[in-house]
Design a protein around this ligand. Structure first.
Ligand SMILES: Cc1ncc(COP(=O)(O)O)c(C=O)c1O
Length: 406
């Protein structure tokens, strides 16, 4: 039957009497529930450079809320390197690395990362998150088994899910439980152990020698994420694998350029075969635009600074050790923290928010960390130390924490 254009179209305007449900209306209820549980998240706006102080929503606070461990995020030397790199190669990468986005600046960055880690090759991703998800899914699939520490970062968790491998979660740093999981992996085609080296919310360190022993014993691959250790640990500043001399037993090293290195982007490093495989299979590398060449140039400059300024990481770790002892003496609970990340555990999300608010009133930005970033019952405020902090800043913060958290 021919279509009649003169027929009156049915009236689809919702009447006031029976409004159509708004498809996103369910979100209101979910947000109300988050608010009631103390889990609603603020959207803060920062003005100016990230440094020892930070201006958030118009308030200037001492900044204990960034992963700017060495103070390079606001360093003008990185800005200059980025600007020079952008002038040479343009600001946008314009395409994925596989097509035409892989610039000379990216090639140079991959070379300096490989040299820093003393491995054959490296591959740069738009973010550390992308590096983890893409790499895990490129190494294992539905016929395989992954053993993952219960406190691993969200990007590792999502990589495990994306891979569709069977996943066994072991209690935090529990090698006996990990061994039992590996022994029960049955007929899995491949086995992969995944772990942060420095856990981002706890400040704890993975038992790397034990992990690599178990990987060897059970013919498993070992992937470690050095996101918070890169630039901070190790003689050259390459991370905890270097610090613990476990490179021979670690097959895949993921890191980020966005924390101590003050730039942006992630990387995977290892032998040439691994990197060659990832170039064919890591979907976030193949199907996402390369990060800007100027950013790659800034990251290269930051890696150069690791060699020029080794005192920064030494000072940072020494001050962090003193700070942890001070908190302990004052009866504060930092769990098993052993790094520049120092949590103060309070339990309930509302208590973490209240403590963060008190600290802000005294001039300190120390973020409240709540589920899903930490398990229920383990809400905390997370103190991220930076080389930019003076010892008297740390002393004042310890005093304020002792006043409000105990
Ligand atoms: C352990 C860990 N891995 C990976 C990432 C992701 O890195 P990026 O911020 O470069 O995406 C983070 C970021 O918070 C992290 O804490």
């Amino acid at each position: 039957m021919p279509c009649r254009i003169d027929a009156a179209a049915p009236d689809r305007t919702p009447s006031a009497a029976s409004p159509l449900p708004e498809p996103l209306a369910w979100i209101d209820g979910e947000i109300d529930a988050l608010r009631a549980a103390g889990l609603e998240r603020p959207a803060r706006v920062r003005a100016g450079r990230q440094a020892g102080e930070v201006s958030l929503d118009g308030r200037t606070l001492l900044n204990f809320g960034a992963n700017n461990y060495l103070g390079y995020a606001g360093d003008v030397r990185l800005t200059k390197a980025a600007s020079k790199g952008s002038c040479a190669e343009g600001f946008g990468a314009g395409a994925s690395p596989l097509v035409s986005g892989h610039s000379l600046a990216h090639q140079q960055l991959e070379r300096v990362i490989a040299a820093l880690l003393d491995v054959e090759a490296a591959l740069v991703f738009p973010s550390g998150f992308a590096a983890n998800t893409a790499t895990i899914a490129a190494l294992v699939g539905p016929d395989d088994f992954i053993a993952s520490d219960e406190r691993n970062h969200a990007s590792i968790i999502d990589g495990c899910r994306l891979s569709r491998a069977r996943v066994g979660i072991y209690p935090h740093r529990d090698l006996a439980a990990l061994e039992a999981l590996l022994a029960g992996a049955g007929t899995a085609r491949r086995r992969l152990i995944v772990s942060d080296t420095l856990f981002s919310m706890d400040g704890t360190i993975a038992p790397l020698a034990g992990l690599s022993d178990l990987a060897r014993k059970h013919a498993a691959m070992l992937l470690v994420d050095e996101a918070h250790a890169t630039g901070v640990f190790g003689q050259r500043g390459s991370g905890l694998v270097e610090e613990t001399a476990t490179a021979d037993g670690v097959h895949v090293r993921v890191g980020t350029l966005s924390k101590a290195l003050g730039a942006s982007g992630g990387f995977v490093a290892g032998n040439a075969k691994l990197i060659h495989w990832l170039r064919h299979t890591a979907r976030a590398w193949i199907f996402s635009t390369a990060h800007p060449p100027g950013v790659a140039a800034a990251a290269t400059r930051a890696i150069g600074l690791l060699a020029e300024e080794p005192d920064r990481r030494r000072d940072l770790l020494a001050r962090a050790a003193d700070f942890r002892i001070t908190l302990q003496r004052r009866g504060l609970d930092s769990g098993d923290a052993e790094s520049q990340i120092v949590p103060v555990l309070v339990g309930a999300p509302q208590a973490a928010v209240a403590l963060a608010d008190h600290l802000a009133e005294e001039g300190f930005f120390v973020p409240a960390i709540r589920p899903p970033s930490v398990p229920h019952g383990r809400s905390l405020v997370r103190v991220s130390l930076s080389w930019l902090h003076e010892p008297h800043d740390l002393h004042r913060l310890a005093e304020a924490l002792a006043r409000h958290a105990t």
